[in-house]
Design a protein around this ligand. Sequence first.
Ligand SMILES: Cc1cc2nc3c(=O)[nH]c(=O)nc-3n(C[C@H](O)[C@H](O)[C@H](O)COP(=O)(O)O)c2cc1C
Length: 432
Amino acid sequence: MPRRPHSTSPHDSPRLAKKPKLQHLSPENFKNGVFLAPMVRSGALPTRLFALKHGADLVWGPEMVDKAMLNAERVVDPVSGVISYNGKSRAMFTTHPIEKPYLIFQIGSADPELAVRAAKSVMQDVSGIDLNCGCPKPFSTHAGMGAALLSNPDLLCSILTALREAMPPEITVTAKIRLLPTQEETLKLVERIINCGVSAITIHCRTRNMRPREAALVERLREIVDFVEGLGKGIAVIENGDCVSFEDAKRIRTITGAHSVMIATAAESNPSVFSPTPLIDVEETLIPAYLRLSKYFDHHWGLFKYCANQFHGPRQNVTKAQAQALHQKLSAAKSYDAFADIMGSRTGEDEFREIEEAINSRPDRHHAALKLAEEVHDNAPVSTPPNRENPEPPSLDAPLAPPNARRMPIPSVISGHDAVTPTPGGGVPLAA
Ligand SMILES: Cc1cc2nc3c(=O)[nH]c(=O)nc-3n(C[C@H](O)[C@H](O)[C@H](O)COP(=O)(O)O)c2cc1C
């Protein structure tokens, strides 16, 4: 993909006039928040920025395998400020200084030394390093990464310990795991992980063999949270699994006692679910803005197209036919130029400025967090919505599930349609 002329200089875009508020993360910053989960492909830079604009407290980048980062060339676009870590043919990971205070970089690794080298290669652009200990896909587990680490706790802990020792104190180290089959095993593993010096632990409340559409076992988390609190280290436990919105996060926190909640699938459909009032009519309110920003960022066309095609939500002004027509056009288009008609008079830079403004004018994190904590105690419903079923036998999970795999149904109030959410494809081409 041709890119604009670039600079390999290590630092920021001169356009970033305002200094981000949050400089370094501490364990406290992992509490009382609602976070964007790591998602291969779907957790691309524009999606993370829209999530931040609409209230995500922190955002995880998509998993990057350690070796892939070792030979990446870091380049900075002097126009937009976008930082790309380029492989031989394309950018493997892109970020922007505006998200740095909130960005956790996730590594896939089965080797402490490689993990440290990969972490060092990106640490100037991120605030934390997370170790993926949950991906059940064979490409991960065959190499001893992801969910394979759950049954190799010595290796898992040696990677976390190496990362903690090698990273400067202002870079947090965290881990994202799944539940183990028994509670006892899970508690043992969690204790070992906490003793590695992590700032937080995310628990995807499914076991390695559970399918994404099986209801997350959130009821199991309460005991784990109490256990971690009992360790007295002040480490945050982040719930992941089946949270569909900011409001729903209150329900999950009430059931589990978790300090924070992380959202994946629902945010893939609509990155504004972090707001108490998520966008509706995403074909008018989100996709054109996402398109403008992606074009301004010179964002990989195929990735844009893939992500934009995941966006769905409740509709008021947009008809079903209009929504379908836009998605068909997205599927058929070959470049950003095909969308001159919906670009409108706003520019991608306008979109970026708006996001920058929203991020810089977010309420003070401490007060926002306290407010969420109070609301959780006062208002949250405690029952699980009726459309969460726990059917079917075990299989593999995201990130690279087959394109037609079934997924957990998202309530229509969020998704705008009752069918299961489209799944990101293993075979989805990144090129147009
Ligand atoms: C498209 C997609 C990509 C994913 N990629 C990753 C990943 O890179 N790293 C990871 O730890 N989990 C990944 N996951 C799993 C999610 O982070 C999350 O654990 C899982 O989807 C459960 O959350 P949910 O119920 O909110 O969807 C991915 C999930 C999806 C849907």
